[in-house]
Design a protein around this ligand. Structure first.
Ligand code: AKG
Ligand code: MN
Length: 162
């Protein structure tokens, strides 16, 4: 995998993201978030095979995937929603995990009376986020002080092509 160390800009500050990433997809499937513009790497055979299987299981089509490598427990993914304009309204995002089990959290953006969800994503698990999940909820992948093996997460998406 052509792993990349990307940087994002928040409030005028540029920081390395705490993980390595690859953006892969159909030609024209460009993606932008937090000041970072990603052009797609062409599909590799293994990822294309995983995509086909997930499309069958989920009954949804995807044209791109953000692949994250969490090298250790110190790598993480902060609170966010995947709500970039190129994803459109109510995107379906299929999140497939391999390697170390890591803790995933979901919290409602506006309602403090709704309890957050916490669960462990084990190797081989498939999490589907759909409907208004990105509109009303944020999610994150927390750091852990436990010694853990690397984890790879593939989030399949359908973005508007240019
Ligand atoms: O690694 C995960 O489980 C979450 C990844 C994620 O939320 C993302 O790439 O947008
Ligand atoms: Mn996400």
């Amino acid at each position: 995998m052509p792993w990349q160390q990307d940087h994002i800009t928040i409030y005028g500050k540029t920081l390395p993201v705490p993980r390595l990433q690859v953006w892969m997809g159909d030609p024209g499937a460009h993606y932008q978030y937090s000041g970072l513009a990603l052009s797609p790497h062409p599909w590799n055979q293994t990822v294309a095979t995983i995509k086909r299987q997930i499309e069958k299981i989920s009954d949804h089509q995807f044209n791109s995937v953000l692949i994250n490598l969490y090298r250790s427990g110190q790598d993480s993914n902060g609170w966010h929603s995947d709500n970039e304009p190129e994803l459109g309204e109510n995107p379906v995002i299929a999140s497939f995990s391999l390697g170390a089990t890591r803790r995933f959290r979901l919290r409602h953006k506006y309602r403090k009376d709704i309890l957050p969800y916490t669960f462990d994503l084990i190797s081989g698990s498939l999490l589907l986020m759909s409907g208004a999940t990105q509109k009303y909820w944020q999610h994150c992948l927390t750091k852990t002080a436990r010694p853990v093996e690397p984890r790879i997460n593939l989030t399949f998406r359908k973005v508007a092509t240019t």
